[in-house]
Every structure is written in structure tokens, then in C-alpha cells.
Design a binder for this molecule. Structure first.
Ligand SMILES: CC(C)(COP(=O)(O)OP(=O)(O)OC[C@H]1O[C@@H](n2cnc3c(N)ncnc32)[C@H](O)[C@@H]1OP(=O)(O)O)[C@@H](O)C(=O)NCCC(=O)NCCS
Length: 125
């Protein structure tokens, strides 16, 4: 993953031990119209390290990195059952613009999903 130029990896540490990460993906170079947008994927903190603010720090670091790369918009999508992540992103100003009722299939049951974006160039973003 580190060899893919359109991807960046941010890791979080607790007491020096890597316990979480997230990725920032950019559009391929031939997609000029979406060169201003990035996608946040794979945000994850190990269960033993949750609740210490590491997830929030990782996402704000991803946002800082995106700004440094000149991005104006971040996109992401979440399963409806990812309540901590939904709370985290909504309190960081991500706006839900749509939902997909058949987003994922978990143990034979469909789970809805939600799509979010955040403008990085708005005051206070
Ligand atoms: C989402 C996740 C990355 C957050 O990591 P974390 O290090 O525990 O996050 P933080 O400690 O920064 O807490 C973030 C917020 O979530 C809240 N939270 C934690 N568990 C929650 C729950 N079950 N329901 C609602 N909110 C919850 C915390 O209270 C905190 O909010 P606050 O700052 O307003 O108090 C982690 O829970 C995780 O890895 N989940 C599984 C993977 C996942 O859902 N990834 C999402 C993208 S693919």
C-alpha cells in the first residue's frame, strides 16, 4: 500500500505501540475533475486502545494531510452499525448526503450504509 502514490497511511500509537490507522486515497492522475477530493478508508483502532481519543487524532491528522496536499473535500462511507465512527465523523463536521439500504451483507442480513463528505476549505472546518 505504501508504494501506491495516491495513498497515504496514518497510524496512531498508544504508549509507543501502533494501535490504529486510517488511509487517505486520492483519485488517479487521469481523473482531473476529482483531483480536489480524497477518500478516508479503513479507519480502525484496536479494541484495547479505544476510547483514548486516538481515532479522533488519526482522522484530524488525515484532514491536515489532505489540506497539505491541496484537497478541498473528503469523502467516506460507513456501515449503519459503526456507531462510534458515525458519532466521531458527525462531531467532526462530516455531512451525510445519502444512505444505501443494501450497503453490506453481514451473516446473511443486509446492513444499510451512509455516505458522508466534508469541505476542508470552510471556516472552522
Ligand atoms: C471508530 C473508531 C476508529 C474510534 O476509535 P477510538 O480511538 O475509540 O475513538 P476516540 O477515542 O477518538 O472516540 C471517538 C468518539 O466516539 C465515541 N464513541 C465511542 N464508542 C461509541 C459508541 N459505541 N457509540 C457512540 N459513540 C461512541 C467516543 O465517546 C468519542 O466521542 P467524544 O469525543 O465526543 O466523546 C473505533 O471505534 C473503531 O476502530 N471501530 C471499528 C472500525 C470502524 O468502525 N471504522 C470506521 C471506518 S471503516
Amino acid at each position: 500500500m505504501l508504494l501506491v502514490p495516491e495513498r497515504r497511511l496514518v497510524v496512531g500509537r498508544l504508549d509507543g505501540v501502533i494501535c490504529g490507522s486510517a488511509q487517505l486515497s486520492r483519485a488517479p492522475r487521469n481523473n482531473e475533475a476529482q483531483a480536489m477530493a480524497g477518500t478516508v478508508t479503513g479507519a480502525f483502532v484496536a479494541p484495547w486502545a479505544r476510547g483514548h481519543g486516538i481515532g479522533r487524532r488519526i482522522v484530524t491528522e488525515i484532514e491536515q494531510l489532505a489540506r497539505e496536499l491541496g484537497l478541498l473535500v473528503l469523502n467516506l462511507d460507513l456501515r449503519d452499525t459503526q456507531r462510534a465512527a458515525i458519532h466521531l465523523y458527525e462531531t467532526l463536521g462530516y455531512r451525510r448526503w445519502g444512505s444505501h439500504p443494501l450497503y453490506a451483507l453481514v451473516e446473511g442480513e443486509f446492513v444499510p450504509g451512509h455516505y458522508y463528505y466534508k469541505r476542508l476549505d470552510e471556516p472552522g472546518a
